[in-house]
Design a protein around this ligand. Structure first.
Ligand SMILES: [Zn+2]
Length: 273
């Protein structure tokens, strides 16, 4: 890959100003505990326990640390029939509360809605208005890849397996049923790795996104890449409008195309019939 993902991830080449806090986040949830007549596509006839947040991980873009919080870190009772996720829900609320932009795979439809449901349940306030970038929506919108799972997108782009060998489902029971510390460590690793590969997929795809929060609005700087904030760009051609033209710029760091401000000088009005 020609893009220097590591450099972009660490935002080495950015203007100084009020940086937006961009976090990449992923939430792990427990299965619904229910009674069903059929194991396959069984419609639950009675729900014993709703899905609970059991782990979440996040990384602030530009920082190297990946944070993971699990139920076990917040004194899990080990009773899978009465999982108490109040503390972890509160911790998640605090992280989201302080973020300007949240990036996640299937974030809008799964993670954010799951989190909102838990906030609602616990009588917490909604998190403040903020922007989200859902890499699943973006994958469907801009690319034709065989499968849009995070794993498959990662494999498609980078040519190797992304997720950890031990999956969330492999250790779920050992975590929830036996409260096994080793299983919780594996859960943490899995969750953290998910954040890493979401970040890499996001950064790789980002130059292709037509819509993305304009980061220069936060820093109030003109002529910076609206996506990675690099000041280095090549001016390559013009885009013409009725009232003038804009220069087309291509970011040297991430290859995003963007337009400069409208140039009116020297533009003659041409009337056509
Ligand atoms: Zn850029």
């Amino acid at each position: 890959m020609s893009m220097k993902l590591e450099a972009i991830a660490e935002q080495k080449d950015v203007v100084r100003g009020e940086q937006p806090k961009i976090i990449v986040c992923d939430i792990e949830v427990s299965p619904i505990l229910s009674w069903t007549y059929n194991a396959y596509e069984g419609n639950a006839i009675r729900i014993e326990q709703d899905p609970k947040i059991i782990s979440f991980a996040w990384q602030e873009l530009g920082k190297s640390k990946i944070h993971v919080v699990t139920l076990a870190d917040l004194s899990y009772s080990g009773n899978r029939f009465s999982i108490d996720d109040k503390k972890i829900t509160k911790a998640l609320h605090e992280v989201l509360d302080s973020s300007d932009i949240v990036v996640g795979h299937n974030w809008d439809n799964f993670d954010m809605k799951t989190a909102n449901a838990r906030f609602l349940y616990y009588g917490m306030a909604p998190i403040p208005p903020h922007k989200t970038v859902d890499t699943l929506k973006k994958a469907r919108l801009h690319f034709k890849m065989p499968k849009n799972t995070l794993d498959e997108i990662y494999r498609y782009i980078f040519g190797k397996e992304g997720k950890t060998k031990v999956k969330h489902s492999d250790v779920l029971w050992d975590c929830l049923d036996h409260n096994n510390p080793k299983a919780w460590v594996a859960m943490k690793r899995y969750n953290a790795r998910d954040v890493e590969i979401t970040r890499d997929v996001y950064l790789a795809m980002r130059p292709f996104y037509k819509a993305h929060p304009n980061l220069s609005l936060y820093t109030r700087k003109d002529r910076v890449c609206p996506k990675c904030q690099s000041e280095r760009a090549h001016r390559r051609g013009k885009e013409w409008y009725v009232s003038g033209f804009s220069w087309k710029y291509q970011c040297v760091a991430c290859h995003t195309w963007y337009r400069g401000e409208l140039q009116r000088d020297g533009v003659e009005k041409v009337t056509t019939k």
